[in-house]
Design a protein around this ligand. Structure first.
Ligand SMILES: C[S@@+](CC[C@H](N)C(=O)[O-])C[C@H]1O[C@@H](n2cnc3c(N)ncnc32)[C@H](O)[C@@H]1O
Length: 366
């Protein structure tokens, strides 16, 4: 963890610097309060200057929203939209807050952040961080406490900070409805388990034993907590592992990899971007060697990457056959989340055509 220095009332101060994705601290920091306008804040941000907020807490949130509104959102290629989004995050991330040694924010009308900081970061005493990052932790903590009710489970799942949350229900229904292979109580793997939701659906449907893996340690903890709370710990084991659990085989291997090829910039983005489609390809390549003779692999994949020009359907099908697999069936559904119909989204043209598919894969007979 690096440290950061600034001058306030003629005195030099220093604190620890926190950035979840490793963004370095601003080179220069000025002290700011309620008098700062969004236009002036954007000028500071564009010059790489951090603004340490000493005003009213809700006003700081308003300031960031006002800065955001001043930044245009233009449709473009996926790479352009992603790079504009990263630039926007850099600018908005220049509004900073200081967490005191006692975990308080010494700001008017500030919320109690202790539990959220403990949940997200294991505590942050005496630290400077961007307000946006803190707001992300506060919002994640609310989701964590409230949970998300899932029809496919008839129960709530409690996501954690930086863990992929199943806010889209369409792919869960695909997994909940597809007939299970074999005798109806298969052994199963869930690769990239996130909150543990797919492992839980399989266990609830009668899978005899599920091995779930994830690379993100927070996801592993989150999945274990969810499975315990659902009373399924006895049948689901969660391992912190890079994709495949062991040399063992299973009757069913489920994998919902990140749907977009691209480099993840944070632990949360491990659930959204798959660098060079490595997770998808390693799932396909490893599948024949991990299936029992009549076993099935269920690949959950949206075709958004195809509509964005990041992958073609032919490439996916070629990859499936090159791995020694065949498509035994597929079930497709339309996403119903809010962004699918948001015409203001810069990726609207692609999102409006998106379909999510459960690909049922078996070993080639050849
Ligand atoms: C799209 S999310 C799916 C999460 C969950 N299965 C669901 O359906 O909601 C993909 C998950 O894969 C995990 N992941 C990414 N790369 C991985 C790897 N090499 N090994 C294991 N898990 C990985 C991410 O941390 C993330 O939790």
């Amino acid at each position: 963890m690096s440290t950061v220095q600034w001058t306030e009332n003629g005195t030099t101060h220093s604190a620890r610097w926190h950035s979840e994705n490793g963004t370095p601290p601003p080179r220069r920091i000025v002290v700011a309060d309620d008098r700062l306008t969004a236009a002036a804040a954007l000028r500071f941000a564009r010059a790489g200057t951090g603004m340490l907020w000493r005003g009213d807490f809700p006003n700081a949130r308003q300031l960031v929203r006002a800065m955001d509104r001043r930044l245009p959102q233009r449709p473009g290629s996926f790479a352009e939209v992603r790079s504009a989004r990263a630039e926007r995050a850099t600018l908005l991330g220049k509004v900073l807050v200081s967490v005191e040694a006692d975990h308080s924010l010494q700001l008017r009308r500030a919320p109690d952040i202790r539990a959220a900081c403990e949940h997200a970061f294991g505590g942050l005493p005496g630290t400077l961080l961007s307000l946006r990052e803190l707001l992300g932790a506060l919002s994640a903590y609310q989701w964590h406490q409230k949970g998300i009710y899932l029809q496919a489970l008839n129960a709530r799942i409690y996501p954690s900070y930086s863990v992929f949350a199943p806010t889209r229900s369409e792919y869960l229904e695909l997994v909940a409805q597809e007939p299970l292979p074999g005798n109806g109580s298969p052994t199963a793997f869930d690769l990239g388990t996130g909150t543990g939701v797919l492992a839980a659906i399989l266990a609830r449907r009668g899978a005899a034993e599920v091995l779930a893996t994830d690379l993100n340690p927070r996801a592993v903890q989150c999945a274990r907590d969810n499975l315990r709370q659902l009373g399924l710990s006895g049948r689901v084991q969660v391992l912190e592992t890079d994709l495949w659990p062991s040399a063992r085989r299973a009757d069913l291997v489920v994998c919902n990899p990140p749907w977009l090829p691209g480099k993840p910039a944070s632990a949360l983005e491990l659930g959204i971007y798959d660098a060079s489609s490595a997770m998808l390809n390693r799932f396909l390549d490893g599948l024949p060697g991990h299936l029992t003779p009549h076993g099935e692999g269920w690949l959950i994949l949206s075709d958004l990457a195809e509509h964005l020009g990041l992958r073609t359907r032919a490439e996916l099908l070629d990859r499936i056959s090159a791995a020694g697999l065949q498509v035994a069936g597929r079930r497709e559904t339309m996403p119903r989340h809010r962004r699918a119909t948001d015409s203001g989204d810069p990726l609207h043209a692609a999102r409006s055509r998106e379909r999510t598919t459960l690909w049922r894969l078996t070993r080639s007979r050849a």
